[in-house]
Design a protein around this ligand. Sequence first.
Ligand code: HGY
Ligand code: MN
Ligand code: MN
Ligand code: MN
Length: 419
Amino acid sequence: MTAAGSGSFGNDFEQLWKALAPIGRDDRTGGYRRYSWTPAHQECERWFRDEAGRRDLTVEADGNGNLVAWWRPDPARVTGGVVTGSHLDSVPDGGAYDGPLGVVSAFAALDAIRAGGAAAGAGASAPTRPLGIAVFAEEEGARFGVPCLGSRLLTGALEPDRARGLRDADGVPLTDAMERAGVPVDLGPAPGLLRAPSAFVELHVEQGRALADLGAPVAVARDIWPHGRWRFEFGGRADHAGTTAMADRHDPMLTYAMTALAANKRARLTNARTTFGRVRVEPNATNAVPSLVRAWLDARAADEASLDALVEEIRRQAGDRAQRDGTRLEVHPESWTPRVEFDVRLRDRVAARLGSPPVLSTQAGHDAGILAAAGIPAAMLFVRNPTGVSHAPEEYAEPADCLAGVDALAAVLTDLLAG
Ligand code: HGY
Ligand code: MN
Ligand code: MN
Ligand code: MN
């Protein structure tokens, strides 16, 4: 990325980005594989600690795998600071910006504020409140299935026992993976990590095309749609692919396929979103009818009643289909995020500081949403993504828009640090 920004903080951004971008990138696909507590992700965390160390920031951790790098201009002021940041883990073959843009921009915004640069806003006095840069653990839930795992545990939105029961696709327990990566595991509420922040602001690449269509570089978030994940288990009877007549089969793959079709149809009819992923077929052979198909449904809708109705309808149709196919169905709720309306006063203050940019609703979940749901005043900034694509290698943000994002974040943080 060749930063087009002005002065040193543009170079800061470029240096930060250049150091992080190659980590965990699959050169064949151009996508990222930064699964929590794997070597690639640990290298990202080393990058984070190095950049924090370069800035004399104090890095603190909780027992959930979350980190915060603190700038304490006044060592006596430890609580009531402002926190920014995002996540460094990715979905399989994810894009470069989802998560990392928020963390890189946070460091570059801190640099701009400390340099008292133009980005920090004219006449800004040196802050006394602490400024924290957070990296939340397992935001995508790509390895252990529950999204925003770190921020849910930190805020008490997820029971530690539930987290202790999580395993990855290879059966590795969550706590083993964390311990092997050197995390001081102590799952559970850790409000102390953020030190009772006065506000949390997350900058994130837009996951959609609204800003591209509006012709604006930066937006403020209004709300996040409610969304959740359900694990569907379709049980059938393993059998030979050739000698078993179609009428004699109890094929869970058929029940799954018809359920996926029904979910897709229902989402189209109700302007909702349904996706099946993390599909596991056992046995996964071409010449054997499987005995089990496990698939995770990701469902999202504009309000909670619609989401409930959507999932109930999918579950009903799956049950009917299972009856027809002589297969068995189990549905297990895995995670749920309520609709989150960001703190209106904070949102309006951020928007006013940025000259009233677009205010957007999003269907994407974020740690900022989990913190907001826990009562922490939170706001989000989105940076234009000309492709609109996310969770794929095509995810992108122009260098000039990235620097506009840093500029906006620095201005907002300066304003919030001032009180
Ligand atoms: O899945 C999401 O909504 C987010 O990108 N983690
Ligand atoms: Mn994501
Ligand atoms: Mn994200
Ligand atoms: Mn055979």
